[in-house]
Ligand binder design. Structure first.
Ligand code: HH2
Length: 283
């Protein structure tokens, strides 16, 4: 399988691909407030590249439960200088974590290759056209509700089947609208309108998502369901995050969105040495 991202191609024939998280926000749940100036943010990005990240995901709006929305102008002010600085200093793949067409357009002009949209291109109707015109890679993430409301009462009859059908439907609809399916990746959206049990079921159900035939991205890093399961505070969730990463890769995930790049790359490298990931047997 391949993932086309603006003329470049991500292949999945080696260790699982690590996407390093760089939140240039004052309020993200884990690294909020640490990289609000472009200089330190770019330095942190380059450090993650040295540690082995293949992709950096730059976000200017927190999506933690209850987070307040941010204007496009403010998001652009936060992310564009960081993307431009990283594009000038490195050839790492750059992703922008946004739901807004205006932000994506400016981010792509600054050198981004991928649009990571937690609304799966549903929040802003203009984003589809931006992605299509630039041949950008797109991450389609499942979410129940909105960040402000999503953790109130998440409910599903069969979470794995419902998430898989939703993502399948988004891929089909976007392909019919003219987006190149080779540019699309899918993500179950751990923590986005899900209880602890829903998140665990989705990790166990990753093989179902892998059968959609598109790269599967998983973001479990430091999330609160790992805290609920272990009793660990957000800055003590390295081991739980690595356990979730190893399990995700074993279950068929291709791309892991993580805060702790160095340790995650070591785990991904070792899993590959042990024979994971493997191509699914031909059917
Ligand atoms: N999780 C977060 C943000 N963006 N994008 C994808 N595709 N998948 C995820 O699981 C995902 C995501 C939330 O984590 P974080 O960026 O660390 O925090 P915040 O949203 O508070 O900035």
């Amino acid at each position: 399988m391949e993932w086309r991202v603006r003329g470049r191609v991500v292949r999945f024939d080696g260790p699982a691909v690590i996407m390093g998280i760089l939140n240039v926000t004052p309020d993200s749940f884990s690294d909020g407030g640490r990289y609000t100036e472009p200089g330190p943010a770019i330095e942190r990005g380059l450090q993650m590249v040295r540690e082995g990240a293949s992709i950096l995901d730059i976000g200017g709006e927190s999506s933690r439960p209850g987070a307040e929305p941010v204007s496009a102008a403010e998001e652009i002010r936060r992310v564009v200088p960081v993307l431009a600085g990283l594009a000038a200093a490195s050839d790492v793949l750059l992703s922008v974590d946004t739901t807004k067409a205006e932000v994506a357009e400016q981010a792509l002009a600054a050198g981004a290759h991928i649009i990571n949209d937690i609304s799966a291109l549903t929040a802003d109707p203009a984003l589809e056209d931006v992605a299509s015109r630039h041949g950008a890679g797109v991450v389609l993430m499942h979410m129940q509700g909105t960040p402000r409301t999503m953790q109130r009462e998440p409910s599903y009859e069969d979470v794995v089947e419902e998430v898989a059908r939703y993502l399948e439907e988004r891929v089909r609809t976007l392909a019919e609208a003219g987006l190149d399916p080779a540019c699309l990746a899918v993500d179950p959206g751990l923590g986005f309108g899900k209880t602890v049990e829903h998140n665990v079921a989705l990790l166990r159900g990753l093989p179902r998502l892998a059968r959609l035939g598109r790269p599967v991205l998983v973001g479990a890093s430091r999330k609160s369901f790992l805290g609920r399961l272990t009793g660990r505070a957000v800055d003590e969730r390295l081991a739980p995050s690595l356990a979730a990463l190893a399990f995700s890769v074993q279950q068929g995930a291709h791309i892991l969105r993580v805060h702790d790049v160095k340790e995650s790359c070591e785990v991904a490298y070792l899993l590959a040495k042990f024979g994971l990931p493997t191509e699914p047997p031909a059917s």
